[in-house]
Design a protein around this ligand. Structure first.
Ligand code: PMP
Length: 299
């Protein structure tokens, strides 16, 4: 592939982008990350992603050795160096190299890494026809234990769910909490539409505060749609008029079957189509530009 990777203050060829086997990101999943997208030469919602990265880091008491401004420049410059105008960016900050024990105090310097590449989460046909999902036995992480709001490198909870979905013959899982309330998919937030209203689970239930989720709620409100952050169960999902998922990598994807129950008329619904159109219009214009040489921006 021959990518240029940002690693600890340097841009290096992919083959040279190496991290220690003693890095606690590798040994313990101790770190935080962001998945970001670039559209038409702009990094979409970059400020929101950078803010969330620093919030995740603060909660796990990880001091990122770059300012937010520097981190913003790292992301944009990684896109530039790889000629990525439309693509997917992965920004990772791990606890860094330590010893074999888990004590983070043994890790003097966090590892900072940025990749700008491309991603395809689901095959194109599912965006057109809709996706089938199934609820899975593994509940979403308990907020009090491993808060899903922290976008940490510890994704085992979601990977369990993905394995369970795969075993059940579908591409995506719908994760519930221990009480049976619907939380989110393995890498996406979930929305249902009922009687013209848009409903998504509240953050306090124990979900990631998705940036695409926020954007979609805002777009819906601009259309005059009533948006509710409310708990709901599988029953509400089965009987919804529409269901769809949102995430940076997945964007907006319709769901047409849940646990064997056909949703609505089994086709991507009108509110979904409208919000997707509004989302596409927004990605044209939002975010810092990639192909502005850094020197020209000053003054
Ligand atoms: N939930 C989980 C568990 C995720 O990993 C993601 C992807 N980052 C999302 C939701 C969607 O968040 P965003 O829209 O910020 O990408």
């Amino acid at each position: 592939m021959g990518l240029i990777i940002y690693l600890d203050g340097k841009f290096v060829p992919e083959e040279e982008a190496k991290v220690s086997v003693f890095d606690h990101g590798y040994l313990y999943g101790d770190g935080v990350f962001e998945g970001i997208r670039a559209y038409h030469g702009r990094v979409f919602k970059l400020k929101e992603h950078i803010d969330r990265l620093y919030e995740s880091a603060k909660t796990i008491m990880l001091d990122i050795p770059l300012s937010k401004e520097e981190m913003t420049e790292v992301v944009v410059e990684t896109c530039r160096r790889n000629n990525i105008r439309d693509g997917y960016i992965r920004l990772v900050v791990s606890r860094g190299k330590g010893d074999l024990g888990l004590d983070p105090r043994k890790c003097p310097r966090p590892t900072v890494m940025c990749i700008a590449a491309t991603i395809t989460l689901y095959p194109q046909e599912f965006y057109e026809k809709g996706l089938e999902v199934k609820t899975v036995p593994t509940p979403r992480n308990l907020s009090e234990a491993c808060n899903p709001r922290v976008k940490s490198l510890n994704y085992l909870n979601n990977i369990y769910a993905k394995i369970e979905a795969n075993l059940a013959g579908v591409l995506e899982a719908l994760m519930l909490n221990a009480q049976g309330y619907v939380c989110e998919a393995t890498g996406d937030n979930v929305f249902i539409v009922k009687d013209g209203e848009l409903i998504t689970p509240p953050i306090y239930l124990g979900i990631l505060k998705g940036i695409t989720r926020d954007v979609v709620m805002q777009l819906a409100r601009q259309r005059g749609i009533t948006v509710k952050e409310e708990v709901f169960t599988r029953h509400d999902v089965f009987n919804a008029d529409e269901v769809f998922l949102t995430g940076t990598a997945a964007e907006l994807i319709p769901v047409i079957k849940v646990d064997g129950r056909v949703i609505g008329d089994g086709k991507p619904g009108p509110m979904f189509q409208q919000l997707l159109q509004d989302f596409r219009a927004l990605t044209e214009v939002d975010g810092p530009e990639i192909f502005v040489p850094a020197t020209e921006k000053v003054g």
